[in-house]
Design a protein around this ligand. Structure first.
Ligand code: CMC
Length: 430
């Protein structure tokens, strides 16, 4: 399966012929697995800037050209023509479904939305102001307590049921976390509703009065979930793969992924963008904050700018930007000044030499927070929304990882810089 070889000669003259593999598209990779055996050295790449950690058929990104494809389909085409449930099927099964396959899949997801009633009791243990990401991670982790004995990772049916439960139950858990925060009763899922409609009713309805679902809100959430559904080997997905590679219960691997997503350098950026825009306040302050972001002695960064992979533009940001206009037109118009501020900030940064030289462009999180806010979703729930969309990507990657017959436990090496060997000293001699 090697397409070429890469010759590497050590300073002492030992030569290794390392296999080079080509993917469908994208850069070739050099297989360095035998380098240590042959040359006694490890490779060093903190943050995995140039390291492929696995082979995958799911998602492809070309960061230079701003391309994102799920199973070969450009995300722009999926955003324009598909919906989140169909995209979920595509990510999990590799191909777009037939009408009958889609109907069956949709029915399965709709009929797995309820939580074991005991799981709702977990929420009683959290303080009223617990961060919903902490609750999401904890309660999803607790699914491993409910579904452990019956989960056989070598059984393809069990792997399917796992993916269905993750996709179906995460909105119910997310909505319960929100209801706890605002002191309202949990709302049960309604299986007659579509995925995002059901989420909206669990978030915003109350038992005391009827709730009307806004079609634009449901459509906007569906689009955001499509755009968030997968992003190849990002931090949270790699975490799911790594935790799962030990054979750990997959629900706990997903909980680990949720924790990784929470950080402001990853999914937590959507929350951080809103906090930043509110801090900037109005357009007259933009120059000051752009200068802060450029100042090396100041830790401040423009949140929602920059990406490890996209060095031209983030195609998800382009699609979301358009949706942002539509949502603001239909819903809470009072957020328009915030959107105007975001647009002005974007323009100033795009013309600034620092941002141009470092290829820093608005990313998906720059606009998603404004849409969530216009939908009435509080800032602390933004990263939870990202997690709901990404959950199917995590499940697809866990399935791919665990089904790989050549799969190994993930176990990186290191460059040790600690003390050299030294002898233990009795405490009175230290
Ligand atoms: N504002 C100001 N300077 C920045 C920014 C920013 N947002 N992002 C990167 N830089 C600078 C950084 O200081 C560094 O400068 P220098 O080369 O002089 O040291 C250079 O650009 C490269 O940055 P890096 O941190 O080495 O790049 P990275 O690939 O490790 O980090 C990133 C990527 C997304 C973590 C980073 O751009 C960042 O912190 N952005 C803000 C947070 C954010 O919006 N995150 C969401 C990412 S998209 C959603 C997702 O996939 O989760």
């Amino acid at each position: 399966m090697s397409d070429d070889v890469y010759r590497l000669i050590s300073p002492s003259g030992t030569e290794s012929e390392l296999p080079v593999y080509s993917g469908t598209t994208g850069p070739d990779v050099i297989d360095i697995a035998r380098l240590y055996k042959e040359q006694g050295v490890f490779t060093y790449d903190p943050g995995f800037v140039a390291t492929g950690s696995c082979e995958s058929d799911i998602t492809f990104i070309d960061g230079e050209k701003g391309i994102l494809m799920y199973r070969g389909y450009p995300v722009e085409q999926l955003a324009a023509n598909s919906n989140f449930i169909e995209v979920s099927y595509l990510l999990l099964h590799g191909d777009l479904p037939t009408a009958a396959q889609l109907e069956k899949f949709d029915h399965t997801i709709r009929t797995h939305t309820m939580l074991n009633e005991g799981m709702l009791n977990f929420f009683k243990g959290f303080r009223y102001d617990a961060h919903p990401m902490a609750m999401l991670s904890a309660v999803v982790g607790s699914m491993s307590a409910y579904y452990h004995g019956e989960m056989d990772a070598s059984n393809p049916d069990h792997r399917d049921i796992f993916a269905h439960r993750i996709l179906a139950k995460l909105p119910t858990i997310a909505a319960a976390a929100y209801k706890l925060n605002i002191g309202q009763p949990f709302m049960y899922p309604r299986n007659d509703l579509g995925y995002t409609e059901n989420l909206l009713q669990m978030l915003f309805s109350v038992p005391a009065e009827p709730y009307e679902i806004d079609a634009v809100a449901a459509e906007a959430l569906d689009l955001l979930f499509i755009l968030h559904a997968d992003h190849e080997q990002n931090c949270s997905t790699s975490t799911v793969r790594m935790a799962g590679s030990s054979g750990a219960n997959p629900y706990s691997a997903i909980a680990a992924g949720i924790s990784a997503l929470w950080g402001p350098a990853h999914g937590g950026a959507n929350e951080a963008v809103l906090t930043m825009l509110e801090e900037i306040g109005d357009t007259s302050q933009i120059g000051k904050y752009v200068n802060k972001a450029k100042d090396k002695s100041d830790p401040f960064r423009l949140m929602g700018f920059g990406h490890r992979v996209y060095k031209n533009f983030d195609p998800r940001a382009t699609i979301i930007r358009e949706m942002c206009h539509r949502v603001l037109e239909k819903l809470h118009r009072e957020d328009t000044p915030l959107f105007d501020l975001a647009r002005e900030l974007e323009q100033v940064a795009l013309k600034d030499d620092y941002f141009i030289e470092k290829n820093l462009y608005p990313n998906v999180d720059f606009y998603s927070g404004i849409i969530y806010r216009a939908l009435g979703i509080p800032t602390s729930m933004f990263t939870v929304m990202f997690a709901l969309g990404r959950s199917v990507g995590w499940a697809a990657h866990w399935r791919e990882m665990i089904s790989d017959p050549a799969g190994k436990i993930a176990r990186p090496r290191q460059l040790y810089k600690g003390p050299a060997t030294r002898d233990y000293k009795p405490i009175e001699e230290r």
